[in-house]
Design a protein around this ligand. Structure first.
Ligand code: TEU
Length: 583
């Protein structure tokens, strides 16, 4: 195997601390709660944990609005708790990756407070602009950045009120007027998440110091939040108003100085720990070519990208449902696998804290065990690093939102506010929210059938899913037809089978409407793999193409007790999946 690396061989488990395990009864998960579950992670067999942000934060965006990068938020525990977590994980050979938000901070960060006051060198830490009519024009307007003054999504008011026509990810203009500074600040996310000015070298030095500071604390790398948004086109020109994505995105996605900043981040931030650590770049709207460039470069500042193309197949824009087909999904994934062939490396996932549950989206809640295990098999059957998002390993699914008060997520709430302003009743908006709200992923981890699923003794910050009485860790440990036990086997298989990690990917039968079939081959290995996944609720016939050798195939893993013994001609049960080993 050329170019082996621990992070290529690893399975990474994502923990959303807020919803993982609460030990002090305040209804919010905490770090001691994670420590309590390290044994569970060991049982599951994962190699690395990605911890969503636990830094001090006012939690407008659940920690992605950082107020102090060098402090653990007291709601999650202390620095001692965090150190204990790291050592408990390391004792079991589980690595830890911290989630770092370098594109923006909280508006409560000391830098922003000083910047907004126009204080000395801090004045230029963020991206401030006057409106087109000068600094005071906006003061006459009535609260230009509130929902009531916004128009339909994608049509900012003539583009003349704000410094430019850019839209934010969380709905509405990417600019908010600041009374104190009498100027607008740029925020690609919530108004309380001002974008840092990466053009300012002092800002960059501050950020590299933070990277170093954490690396000195014995962590194994970072997941870098929206790292491909840090460089904005000089002069912040208007975006194409007809853009398919956010207006302005071509001015800030993969911006002109991105590679330069990445190189600097590698050299000055990661420094001599660059080789042994992992750097996972969450890259909004990234395309395969750019991903090759980002991860395949000599300077190699990012080891793998988190891409989103497969997460956008079932929607138009961001909230409009769209019918998707399996051949489309296969074609998107195959395109990314081709990028991996050409030097990229990718995170493989169907769930994370920003997405509705993969099971509800790509699987079928009526066939929970079958479709959850089939999806896992499919994802892990590709080349890249598989990520498991908490709860996925027990088959957690989407929930329902009966009223607007059920919404917790800032994005979903903003969306609802805007639709309401536009005169839509909740019932009309609800189907969209129920398809795509990020809250689906954030309901508490289901440990047992106890009240609140064993997550907390208090009142959970977000309601526990009703199905916790059946879908929970306790019920699945050592059980038959257990998603959890299946994940353990799948993870073990990866530990012992290099073909699964490094093998070339070939998509078989790309046009087949319901079967996802994959062949994996590796130079020098004594076997190949054939992976068959039925993405439908019907029994389906499938023939492995003649060109693929299948003689003497054996079943390496299957999600049913009596799988077809040979892959040449099969009848697959609903959501059945099988991995064959072919000598
Ligand atoms: O998410 C970035 C983000 O919102 C987009 O990449 C989005 O998920 C994608 O384009 C969907 O199509 C990160 C964090 O994961 C998220 O939780 C934060 O809210 C956000 O950044 C801001 O920090």
């Amino acid at each position: 195997v050329s170019d082996p690396a621990w992070w290529k061989e690893a399975v990474i488990y994502q923990i959303y601390p807020r919803s993982f395990n609460d030990t002090d009864g305040d209804g919010l998960g905490d770090i001691p709660g994670i420590v309590e579950k390290v044994e569970y992670l060991d049982y599951l067999g994962v190699d690395c944990v990605w911890l969503n942000p636990v830094y001090e934060s006012p939690d407008v965006d659940n920690g992605y609005d950082v107020a102090d990068y060098r402090a653990i938020d007291p709601a999650y525990g202390s620095m001692d708790d965090w150190e204990r977590l790291v050592s408990e994980l390391h004792d079991r050979d589980i690595r830890i990756v911290m989630d770092l938000v370098l594109n923006h901070t909280s508006d409560q960060h000391a830098w922003f407070q000083r910047s907004r006051a126009g204080e000395g060198e801090y004045a230029d830490y963020y991206i401030w602009r006057d409106g087109p009519e000068g600094p005071s024009a906006a003061a006459d307007e009535t609260e230009p950045d509130t929902a009531s003054d916004r128009d339909e999504p994608n049509t900012l008011r003539d583009g003349d009120q704000y410094p430019n026509n850019w839209e934010s990810y969380f709905e509405g203009p990417a600019w908010s007027y600041d009374e104190e500074r009498e100027s607008y600040h740029l925020h690609l996310f919530a108004s309380e998440q001002p974008d840092l000015n990466w053009e300012n070298p002092t800002v960059r030095e501050e950020l590299y110091d933070i990277v170093q500071w954490w690396l000195e604390r014995d962590i194994d790398g970072f997941r870098l939040d929206v790292i491909n948004l840090i460089s904005k086109v000089e002069g912040l020109p208007d975006g194409d108003p007809e853009s398919d994505f956010l207006v302005g995105s071509e001015q800030f996605v993969n911006g002109p100085r991105m590679h330069e900043f990445f190189d600097e981040l590698a050299a000055k931030g990661f420094g001599d720990r660059r080789e042994e650590t992992v750097s996972i770049g969450e890259c909004s709207e990234i395309d395969p070519e750019t991903a090759i460039d980002v991860t395949g470069r000599e300077s190699n500042a990012i080891d793998m990208t988190i891409f989103f193309e497969h997460m956008n197949l079932d929607r138009h824009d961001r909230w409009e449902p769209r019918e998707w087909t399996l051949p489309e999904l296969k074609s998107v994934m195959a395109e990314w696998q081709a990028a991996v062939d050409r030097g990229a490396w990718v995170s493989l996932y169907h769930s994370n804290h920003d997405q509705p549950r993969g099971l509800s989206r790509f699987g079928d809640e009526r066939f929970r065990y079958e479709s959850a295990t089939m999806l896992a098999t499919c994802i892990h059957g590709h080349r890249g690093t598989p990520f498991v998002y908490q709860g996925e390993e027990i088959g957690m699914s989407n929930v329902s939102f009966e009223s607007p008060t059920d919404l917790r997520d800032v994005w979903a709430r903003n969306y609802w506010d805007r639709r309401r302003e536009a005169g839509e009743p909740f019932d009309a908006v609800r189907p969209r929210l129920e398809r795509f709200s990020r809250d689906h992923a954030r309901t508490p981890m289901q440990w047992s059938d106890d009240e609140h699923a064993g997550f907390t003794e208090g009142e959970p910050w977000i309601p526990v899913a009703d199905d916790h009485t059946e879908v929970n860790v306790e019920a699945q440990i050592g059980a038959d037809r257990s998603v959890l036990e299946y994940y353990r086997e799948l993870i073990t298989l990866r530990d012992v089978d290099d073909v699964l990690v490094y093998g070339d990917f070939e998509l078989l039968a790309p046009e087949h409407e319901t079967v996802y079939a994959i062949r994996r081959t590796l130079d020098g290995a004594d076997h190949e793999l054939v992976v068959l996944c039925n993405f439908s609720a019907s029994r389906t016939a499938f023939e492995t193409p003649e060109a693929v050798p299948t003689a003497d195939a054996t079943v390496a893993l299957a999600n049913r007790a009596d799988p077809p013994m040979h892959p040449r001609r099969v009848e697959l049960d609903p959501y059945e999946s099988v991995i064959y080993r072919v000598p």
